[in-house]
Design a protein around this ligand. Structure first.
Ligand code: 4AD
Ligand code: MG
Length: 450
């Protein structure tokens, strides 16, 4: 490798001389005895006498390498023998077929260069979930988290391309906000000089201001809720992908939400087949869902299913909790959309549906297999008096909302929007037991480090 500093051209020289592990398995280099170079980290190592077996990993995969005394310089052999897992290395050699090696090929090395000898790695097999969360900065190197992070990257990219293809503009809202939107009990208070403000519970209210100039907008951004429950579905900091559009009603946005979910699934199926396999997710099941119709039912129909088919004693007017959502979804193979929740339990900005009094023009999308609500959205009220009344009923002061009420005074139009919980969706797609693994560094009621 060139060592002289040549600025940009040096960087490209270095990158050209190394192959990614995935490239080795996917091209013909493996057959023609050509010398290749790889670099990465030692995933596993064992030695016996004059031979060291090292499984090397990089961002694309795992490769078995053998280092034999006599085939390489003496000092390099000693280094290979001494190097512990997670040491960073560069290896040169020839690819040979070997049925016993993972992937069927191994690298027979002719040169082994240590970049850094790792100290004994603190993570060994069978450690507790809490320990792994303490060592999260190291645990994100694991195969499982690597696959999840790759899928997360596809999901977020798919959200952007879905909305861009439909000519939505990306719009950013402030993270520090003076108001609650989704209920005061989950607000994170922040000292703001000598005043107080809150971390965003949603992008929505500011999006409602921006539709008057941009009409169709979306965003993917961090969202904060001081959730007091410790469930496998709640984070204190999560990412929400929201959309808001002028001139759209509830039915319009429900159709967009259904299309978005199927679009994201298709992108993951194309880009992350290997990752889904690593995560034990059923590719065919997701593939089928990505081509299925997503049904819509009303809240009242959901209550009927729970009463009749699940023999649950549930009163009309109560929110669907985890247990109800899970029982309901036993009757469906795809996500479902539930509309018209009781208005009493809904946020102040959701209007009443004149066709079904006492219910709101709103919807949730609920994922199958116990993953719960992945999307929440609604048409927006354009009636300031109604919204003021709802806010006062919930104990809010309305002064901080005057700017929001202005939006209904100067050319108000029907509009609607929804928010997709990015980690909820990832949990479902990745078949995760806990939402904490859907985000690299989870924040929950009990944890905000590392
Ligand atoms: O249903 P929510 O509360 O809706 C809103 O915030 C609307 N203002 C969105 C909009 O209309 N623009 O939240 C939307 C989604 C939920 O369906 C859920 O998937 C996710 O955000 N979510 C959470 N995800 C992880 N941890 C939490 N604590 C979450 N709270 C909500
Ligand atoms: Mg909701």
């Amino acid at each position: 490798m060139l060592k002289i500093h040549l600025g940009k051209s040096e960087i490209s020289m270095i990158q050209e001389t190394f192959l990614k592990i995935e490239e080795i398995f996917s091209n013909s280099l493996k057959e023609n005895n050509k010398k290749i170079r790889v670099r990465g980290w030692i995933y596993r190592t064992r030695s016996s006498g004059n031979i060291v077996f090292i499984v090397l990993r990089d961002s694309t995969g795992y490769l078995q390498t053998t280092i034999k005394k006599g085939n390489i310089q003496e000092n390099e052999f000693k280094d290979a023998k001494k190097a512990l897992v997670e040491s960073s290395v560069e290896i040169e050699g020839i690819i040979k077929e070997d049925k016993r090696a993972p992937g069927g090929y191994e690298l027979q090395s002719s040169s082994f260069k240590i970049i850094q000898f790792a100290e004994p790695f603190p993570i060994v097999e069978d450690q507790s979930p809490e320990f792994l969360l303490d060592k999260r900065h190291l645990w994100i190197r694991s195969q499982k988290l690597t696959s999840i992070m790759k899928i997360r990257s596809t999901v977020v990219w798919a959200i952007h391309s879905f909305f861009r293809e439909r000519e939505f503009f990306e719009f950013d809202a402030p993270v520090l906000q003076p108001n609650q939107t989704e209920g005061g009990s989950t607000l994170f208070e922040v000292r703001y000089y000598n005043k107080k403000t809150y971390l965003a519970q949603t992008w929505q209210l500011y999006a409602e201001a921006a539709i008057f100039s941009l009409e169709k907008i979306y965003n993917v951004g961090p969202t904060f809720r001081a959730e007091k429950s410790k469930t496998s579905r709640h984070l204190s900091e999560f990412w929400m992908a929201e959309m808001e559009a002028a001139w759209m009603d509830l039915n319009d946005i429900i159709e967009i939400a259904k299309d978005e979910i199927k679009y994201i699934l298709k992108k993951v199926l194309i880009n992350n087949k290997k990752d889904l396999e690593i995560l034990n997710q059923d590719f065919n099941k997701l593939h089928k869902i990505s081509n299925s119709k997503i049904p819509t039912i009303t809240y009242s129909q959901a209550i009927d299913i729970l009463k009749k088919k699940e023999h649950m004693n549930i009163e009309w007017g109560k929110d669907l909790r985890t247990i109800e959502e899970d029982k309901l979804l036993k009757h469906f193979k795809t996500p479902i959309v539930v509309t018209n929740y009781p208005i009493e339990i809904m946020a102040f900005y959701k209007p009443e549906d004149s066709k079904y009094p006492k219910t709101a023009l709103c919807f949730d999308m609920i994922a199958p297999d116990g993953y719960g609500e992945i999307i929440g959205g609604s048409q927006r009220s354009i009636d300031n008096e109604y919204m003021k009344k709802r806010l006062i009923e919930s104990g809010e002061k309305t002064e901080n909302y005057e700017w929001y009420f202005d939006l209904r005074k100067y050319g108000s139009v029907p509009h609607s929007g929804y928010g997709l919980g990015v980690e909820r969706l990832i949990s479902w797609i990745c078949n995760l037991e806990n939402i904490k693994d859907a985000i690299p560094f989870p924040r929950t009621m009990l944890r905000f480090n590392p």
